[in-house]
Design a binder for this molecule. Sequence first.
Ligand code: UT7
Length: 388
Amino acid sequence: MPTERYAHIIGWGMALPERVLTNDDLARMVDTTDEWIASRTGIRERRVAGPKETTGSMAIEAAQAALDNADIEPEDIDLIIVATSTPENIFPSTACLIQDALGAVNAGGFDLSAACSGFVYALSTGANAVLSGAAKTVLVVGAETMSRVVNWKDRGTCILFGDGAGAFILQGSETPGGVLSSILRADGSGGSSLEIPAGGSRLPASIDTVRDNLHSIRMDGKEVYRFATRVMASVTQEVVQTAGLQLSDIALIVPHQANKRIIESAARSLGLPEEKFFMNLDRYGNTSAASIPIAVCEAVGQGRIRPNDNIVVVGFGGGLTWGATVIKWDVTEKPEFSRWHYLGRRTRYVLAGLRSIARRGLRRVESLLPASRAAAEGGEEPPYRKQN
Ligand code: UT7
């Protein structure tokens, strides 16, 4: 397989639930005020998933928007990476759900768990898959339904989070640009400062874990705040140096959208004006792994990121994890929007749904055939039956 030397972002898309939850709405649920939330975090409202919306449904919508934007077909995707802390299930992965819904029949897929740094981790992993020649086209998604893991009685955390999804399409190219450098870091000693204590193998779901609210986010806000302000500036500086650039070469920094004060503090440490940082947390809150791709989509839409701009995306969060990536934005030609290709893809999604139903049916029929039953039992009595 030929190895391309550059991994470009050739498409991007986002999806948000319609339902808006304002700070005033929250003030009717817990002991807080719009003034407190806005002044301590910069957040004014966030989006919250409706009963039929899930991490998977938003991820699929964002992925479809990214495919339209890149004007490529689902069959072109070789790999799907989904950064999420709120997957549909522990397994199967949300990536497999997306693969099935898109009809991405040539793709492998997996979920990646790095909390709010997840998208930076996924982008770096996807770019490395392209650069190694393992994949030509990679779909990278950050998607979260934080509203399902928030303790709505804890005013220290429930005011922060929101739901949404964003997606990029990465593709190999010989044209210089794209993902220029990445740095990924972790410090597991700080794991307990931001966690969902139960639901894994250490503390499986039980009546006690549900009663004690251990399936929702627990956070030492001050500790995470200190960590975030420390790492954001340093990893930004380091990743820019690794790319062989200077801070003055960077057109825009798109940080994880956790808290306006954290971003202001990083701006001060880096000696950069706040205008160099893109922020939309006032409208969406902290959407964890989805916050960076959503912010990038909006920054492009507002003309804050233009072709040939160098940008930095920088994230931090549970783990503790942090990371940053330098991107030379979209140096490849954008195809004209084709209505026919758009409609063709919509037809493909309907066919993918039918294909999925047919494959499930086929599996059921196969399992009933005598030959396949014998094969499943190895052609002889199962050992547990022999013992009796
Ligand atoms: O993706 C990473 C995710 N996590 C983060 O980014 C979180 C980082 N940390 C933060 O953003 C901030 O620590 C918070 C916004 C969570 C909290 O802000 P703070 O300035 O660190 O407040 P605090 O925890 O020190 O609390 C100050 C006071 C306390 O009252 P007392 O003890 O001074 O009487 C809290 O009980 O504010 C109280 N408080 C609230 N009051 C009104 C805490 N939450 C609220 C609230 N409304 N929602």
